[in-house]
Design a protein around this ligand. Sequence first.
Ligand SMILES: C[S@@+](CC[C@H](N)C(=O)[O-])C[C@H]1O[C@@H](n2cnc3c(N)ncnc32)[C@H](O)[C@@H]1O
Length: 270
Amino acid sequence: MSVLIDADRWEELLEHRTGVFLGARSGHVASAVKRRMAQHGIDSDEAYWELLHGPDAGLEWSMLVDELVVKDTRFFRHRASFEFVRSHILKRLAANSAMRDYAIWSLGCSTGEEAWSLAMVANDCSKDSDGQMRYSVLGTDVSIRAVSECRKGVYGAQQLAQMTPDERTLYFSQVGRHRRVVDELRSRVAFNVGNVIELSSEGLKYDLIFCQNLLVYFRKWRRRRVLDAMVSRLKPEGLLIIGPGEMTKWNHPLLEYVGQGEVAAYQKIK
Ligand SMILES: C[S@@+](CC[C@H](N)C(=O)[O-])C[C@H]1O[C@@H](n2cnc3c(N)ncnc32)[C@H](O)[C@@H]1O
């Protein structure tokens, strides 16, 4: 018996809670809902809707979100953006050799590759400053399952394909058929579950906020709102990097566009 899904209302719920608007991919939403319903042996989407709005909905909601969001990622996904970060940190170190701390936030970090790549860049820069610069990286994602993969920091050969041999040797140890991120980076990197549409303008401030391939799933008005919140979480002179083409014709009175080529970078004014 085929199960009827009111795809529109599930899409609205997903967008309301995560900001993600899948639009043309509504078939994906219906399939994910059906898979979760099958897990529970439920055959009406009304009953599943009630489950998701009931007192024990938290865990089930996170299982559904995990099925719905697109978690595609790679180490050094947009290499030019990472190299931009490297030269930015080195420039700041050259201008201020007393710079001691550098705080990085990878928002929508999926299974961690982006956050670990940023840690590798910051670690290289720290070595260039004779270890005087301490850095920290926080990776945040709405998917509980993705964050638990981030914390493991263990990846298969295929996931490391885009890295140079030097990066692989320096930053991973071999564990069976997999590679594990070295402790030198682990002590500097943490992950948490969080929702960018609930981003508060209050809280810790960062030298770099890196958010790629997430805003693209949001409607334009929401991208602007989330970006405004990010700006308030940047330190003076802090850098915001988003994905190429993710937000065109956007500016902010506290930011200067400093991007080059495809790198979409903004620096907060002092
Ligand atoms: C396509 S991946 C991008 C991963 C990485 N930033 C990259 O560029 O390779 C998008 C990630 O954003 C996360 N995401 C979606 N909506 C979110 C939200 N409202 N808050 C936090 N993370 C979210 C998804 O769970 C997914 O892991």
